[in-house]
Ligand binder design. Structure first.
Ligand SMILES: [Zn+2]
Length: 302
């Protein structure tokens, strides 16, 4: 698979490449995958199909090296059960400690289950720098009115740390993982937490379009959209359409690896304006995750 250690010229990005959306699973969970299916409805929905890949962090590093990704934002799986979130976070902490120059880690917590805030604090003390990817349907909280989620958002806002939230389109084909986290509830959440840096995964289910309206533009000032799963959902013009609607500074490259390789996104955008491409593939994430030299944020990632 290591056939692209030197990517073709058209594939290269001006500046560092940061993948803002990568899932990790520990070797223990991968080995006990079938037993694990009974434990969590959402995990079962996404991973019953043996073709849904699960990888440990060493495999992520291999893919990053093969495709030219400098750093990846990694997280586990957002279980409904807080204990399983804790286990998944332990593995992300181990990944970040093993490769501090390659990985940036986020914590998963179950917002409506007691213990979410202490678990978040534990993860921050251990070096994780945000929360996500949370799954409203799988973890059974309502984006429009979850008190537990509001508490999580409050802690993140106070610390200036980002939240990655799963979202999906309200229209189109059904697929495992598609639920109620559509642009309306996402917008309600952002309205309640306008100062929180929120990254809505999977292009916010189309929420970026409404940034063309004046009031949503203000409400969504601290919202970003990651590109995870775009090749499965949209024509590749969506990158330039979203850059026009929301601004190129609001888009973060996220692969959703191991679902899709970073290579696919790099290939699909080879003809995008190079400045916009550099922003989407690295510069914006560097700013969101404090890798751009802003002194108040840099310390947290040391
Ligand atoms: Zn997702």
């Amino acid at each position: 698979m290591n056939d692209a250690l030197t990517p073709p010229v058209s594939y290269r990005v001006r500046g560092p490449v940061i993948d803002a959306h990568v899932h990790l699973f520990s070797p223990g969970v991968i080995a006990a995958r079938v037993e694990h299916l009974d434990c969590d409805d959402w995990f079962c929905a996404l991973y019953t199909d043996p073709k849904s890949r699960m990888v440990p962090f060493e495999r992520v590093i291999e893919e990053m090296d093969a495709t030219g990704v400098d750093r990846s934002v990694v997280f586990g799986f957002a279980y409904r059960d807080q204990g399983r979130c804790r286990d998944t976070n332990d593995y992300v902490i181990e990944a970040v400690r093993t490769h501090p120059d390659r990985f940036i880690g986020l914590a998963c917590v179950s917002p409506e289950v007691p213990g979410a805030i202490p678990e978040l604090e534990r993860c921050f003390d251990a070096g994780l720098v945000g929360c996500g990817e949370l799954f409203p349907d799988g973890q059974r909280f309502d984006l429009a009115e979850s008190r537990g989620l509001d508490e999580v958002a409050g802690v993140l806002t106070e610390r200036g740390l980002p939240l990655n939230m799963h979202s999906n389109e309200p229209v189109g084909h059904k697929y495992p993982g598609k639920g109620e986290a559509t642009p309306g509830p996402c917008y309600d959440f952002a309205s309640r937490h306008p100062d929180l840096v929120t990254i809505f995964a999977h292009m916010g289910g189309g929420l970026f379009f409404y940034e063309m309206m004046a009031e949503p533009r203000r409400v969504l000032a601290n919202v970003y959209y990651d590109t995870s799963a775009v090749p499965y959902l949209y024509r590749r013009d969506v990158y330039s359409v979203a850059a026009t609607a929301a601004g190129p500074e609001k888009l973060l490259f996220g692969s959703d690896f191991p679902l899709i390789s970073p290579r696919r996104y790099l290939e699909d955008t080879f003809d995008l304006d190079p400045t916009i491409r550099a922003a989407i593939f690295g510069r914006n994430a560097a700013s969101v995750f404090g890798l751009d030299g802003a002194p108040e944020r840099q310390g947290r990632l040391a």
